[in-house]
Design a protein around this ligand. Structure first.
Ligand SMILES: NC(=O)c1ccc[n+]([C@@H]2O[C@H](COP(=O)([O-])OP(=O)(O)OC[C@H]3O[C@@H](n4cnc5c(N)ncnc54)[C@H](OP(=O)(O)O)[C@@H]3O)[C@@H](O)[C@H]2O)c1
Length: 178
C-alpha cells in the first residue's frame, strides 16, 4: 500500500503548529480534504484528533456526515491509551494502522499528523511520498520532522511536483524510498 505523509511546514522549516490564535489556513484545509478524499482515509494522532474536536471548529459529526468533507472516509486514530471511539478505528502502531486500512481495501493511506505520528511512520521507514505545504509563517522553537530521533542520518528524496496552492502556500511533493 502506498503511504503518503501530508504535513504543513513553516517558511523557516519547522513542522507547523496551529492553535486557536494561529488556525490552519483555508487553502491548507481544502488541500487536506482533497488529499483525504482521494485516499478515502486518513490516519491521525490522538492529540491532533482531539484538536479537531475543538468547540471553536466544525464538529466531527458535521465533518463526517453526508455533506461533510470527510463523509464516508475511514479515519484511524493512533493511540495506546484509547480503546474505542464509535465509528472510527483505533490503532496502536503505524503497522497496525496500515494493516487496518489494507484490510478495508485501501490502496493508499494518508498520514495527517501530528508530529509524533509523522515521526513514527518516518522512523519505521513506512512512507512512500511526502506532501509538504510550506506556509508563509515563521516560528520560534518548535517541532521537527525526523527520519531518526536519536541519530544523524540522511535520505535523499526525489522532487515529484511543486506548485502554489494560493494564500502564499507552496506545495512540494517528494518520493522517498522505504
Ligand atoms: N504541521 C502539520 O501538518 C500538523 C498536522 C497535524 C498536527 N500538527 C501539530 O502537531 C501538534 C500535535 O502533535 P503531537 O506530536 O503533539 O501529537 P499527535 O501526533 O497528534 O498525537 C500523539 C499521540 O498519538 C499517539 N501515538 C503517538 N505515537 C504513536 C505510536 N507509534 N503508536 C500508537 N500511538 C501513538 C499517542 O496517543 P496516546 O497518548 O493516547 O497513547 C500520543 O500521545 C500540534 O501542535 C498540532 O498543531 C501539525
Amino acid at each position: 500500500m502506498k503511504t503518503i505523509l501530508w504535513a504543513t511546514l513553516t517558511a523557516n522549516g519547522n513542522y507547523a503548529q496551529s492553535g486557536p490564535d494561529n488556525p490552519p489556513t483555508q487553502e491548507a484545509l481544502s488541500d487536506f480534504a482533497e488529499q483525504a478524499k482521494a485516499a478515502g482515509n486518513f490516519i491521525v494522532g490522538r492529540k491532533t484528533f482531539e484538536g479537531m474536536q475543538d468547540p471553536s471548529r466544525v464538529s466531527l459529526e458535521e465533518q463526517t456526515n453526508a455533506e461533510g468533507p470527510f463523509a464516508g472516509m475511514d479515519i484511524v486514530v493512533m493511540s495506546k491509551s484509547i480503546q474505542a471511539i464509535p465509528g472510527l478505528t483505533i490503532a496502536g502502531s503505524p503497522r497496525e494502522a496500515l494493516d487496518c486500512l489494507r484490510q478495508k481495501g485501501h490502496k493508499t493511506a494518508l498520514v495527517s499528523g501530528g508530529a509524533d505520528i509523522h515521526n513514527s511512520f518516518l522512523g519505521e521507514g513506512l512512507v512512500d511520498e511526502l506532501i509538504f505545504n510550506v506556509a508563509p509563517v515563521v516560528e520560534g522553537k518548535g517541532l521537527n520532522l525526523l527520519i531518526d530521533k536519536d541519530n544523524y542520518r540522511y535520505k535523499k528524496v526525489k522532487l515529484l511536483d511543486c506548485k502554489p496552492l494560493g494564500g502564499g502556500i507552496v506545495q512540494l511533493r517528494y518520493g522517498i524510498d522505504r
